[in-house]
Design a protein around this ligand. Structure first.
Ligand code: SF4
Length: 488
């Protein structure tokens, strides 16, 4: 508890904080980088950290060798996403720097930097290392690659129809940054030694045509999430063409463009041609009464810098209806009351971004060290209520396989000893049209086993299916085959 106004003690003391753009010149590899270079999207893309070697070159001797070895081992044995961190995001790690002595005491400074880097919340999900991961249960036995079964629900290649009135259009399988916990790790990014990525079969133009064709034939769909990947990796004129085609479909009323790059590479959204193109799209959207919005993905307050605020302002000035944040709740990154509220206030007060959702981290392989239990998510939802305006209070969401988004308090039943929660749903997906039990069946979600009481952990050791990454991979391949057959 901390004293706040009028002597009241509150669990979270609100104070308005100014956003800060950390000085990139504290990192040896960027000592001579100018403000003009930093503001260039091309420079940012060309200087992403994509390898252990590149990180070493950037950090010089700030970090001890043990960190690089830890990272290298993770890339070889655990990582489901390849390494790709734009300078803008690198610069928010250990953002205040670490002051330390030079000369003979250099080793002590290196130790301090290394510890700060290990503890950094942005580093924890953008540059995961082997020692971050659980060794008891690195993956949940029910973890799968396409954990939300989006491929199962494809109605055209890359077009997931999971909810009655909305669809997800995955236009491309790449992003300007790769997050270690990516839920679309099955498809997005480059293959890693652990995960051979699936690939789209159709060429982009044919895929987009098939999506548009389905939407023209589907008057029950009113809402399209245009995603990937990240739409910032699409040549803007191609994105504009696709969105313009959506705007021509009478029943489409909401279009949301998904881009983590608004935070990870705000320089992209600040380019003149992108701003002008967004203005053209927003003008048409407004004239037709369609809500065009941007959805971004920020997980920690450290990432919200003045440049992120500039990019948000540029999009709002271009005429998009709103910029909203969908973060992911992760242990070590943001799963405390203070971290969530700090982030929400930085977004809302500092950058003009609406806090919207926090998703629980999905049950993909090797994600157990990030995941929290449903009970912990419920506790956090309770803890953040009442501080933010109601319209900006994010909902913490469990994305239940075969069900979709549920507020974390919507469990039908919850066996906390075994960490199994049971959920129901009130609509059918396309793969359940002939299933009479779809609306009465209970669907399961699983807490991380290491968070369970001793009796629950013992139960999983005795009864749980063996962890088998190959089986998870094969299941993903099979679901892909089914989806491919469905969409012809
Ligand atoms: S930006 Fe989104 S799609 Fe891309 S790697 Fe991160 S979580 Fe995955």
């Amino acid at each position: 508890m901390t004293d706040t106004d009028a002597g009241l003690q509150q669990p979270y003391p609100y104070r308005r904080r100014e956003l800060i753009e950390p000085d990139w010149r504290r990192l040896p590899g960027w000592r001579d980088v100018t403000a003009q270079e930093w503001a260039s999207a091309q420079w940012q893309r060309a200087h992403c950290v994509k390898s252990v070697r590149a990180l070493h070159q950037l950090m010089g001797d700030l970090l001890q060798d043990r960190f690089y070895a830890d990272l290298e081992r993770d890339q070889a044995e655990r990582a489901t996403m390849s390494m790709l961190v734009p300078p803008q995001m690198m610069n928010t790690m250990v953002s205040a720097g670490v002051s330390g002595p030079a000369g003979p005491k250099r080793a002590a400074a290196q130790q301090t930097w290394t510890e700060a880097f290990y503890a950094d919340p942005v580093r924890r999900y953008m540059l995961p290392v082997f020692s971050d991961r659980r060794t008891d249960w690195p993956s949940h036995p029910h973890a799968t690659r396409d954990s939300l079964h989006e491929h199962d629900m494809w109605v055209a290649e890359g077009l997931t129809h999971r909810y009655p009135t909305k669809v997800l259009a995955e236009l491309l399988p790449t992003c300007p940054q790769y997050c270690g916990h990516c839920t679309r790790m099955d498809l997005v990014g480059n293959s890693t030694p652990v995960v051979e990525k699936l690939r789209f079969d159709l060429k982009p133009v044919a895929r987009y045509d098939a999506m548009i064709d389905y939407l023209r034939r589907s008057p029950g769909v009113r809402d399209v999430v245009v995603s990937g990947g990240d739409v910032a990796n699409m040549p803007f004129r191609n994105l504009e063409t696709f969105v313009a085609r959506l705007l021509d479909i009478e029943n489409i009323r909401d279009i949301r463009l998904a881009t983590k790059a608004l935070m990870g590479l705000p320089q992209h959204w600040l380019q003149d041609d992108v701003r002008a193109g967004m203005q053209r799209l927003a003008t048409v959207a407004r004239a037709r009464g369609v809500h065009l919005a941007i959805h971004t993905h920020v997980n920690n307050a450290a990432s919200v810098t003045p440049l992120v605020a500039d990019a948000t302002r540029a999009m709002l000035e271009a005429g998009v209806r709103d910029v909203r944040n969908q973060g992911v709740l992760m242990h070590g990154v943001n799963a405390t009351t203070d971290d969530l509220l700090d982030l929400c206030f930085a977004l809302l007060d500092g950058a003009g971004v609406m806090p919207y959702y926090f998703y629980m981290c999905d049950m993909i392989p090797f994600s157990e060290h990030w995941r929290v239990s449903v009970r912990e998510a419920q506790r956090l939802q309770h803890a953040i209520m009442g501080y933010l305006p109601g319209f900006a209070t994010p909902r913490i969401i469990c994305d239940v396989p075969f069900v979709g988004k549920r507020w974390v308090h919507q469990t039908e039943e919850y066996d906390e000893e075994r960490g199994i929660s049971y959920w129901t749903k009130n609509y059918r997906t396309g793969i359940e049209t002939a299933d009479p039990d779809a609306l009465s069946r209970r669907y399961e979600y699983f807490d991380p086993i290491h968070t369970l009481p001793a009796a629950g952990r013992a139960w999983w050791r005795e009864h749980g299916p063996a962890i088998d990454e190959t089986a998870a991979s094969n299941r993903a391949g099979a679901s892909r085959a089914v989806a491919a057959a469905q969409v012809g």
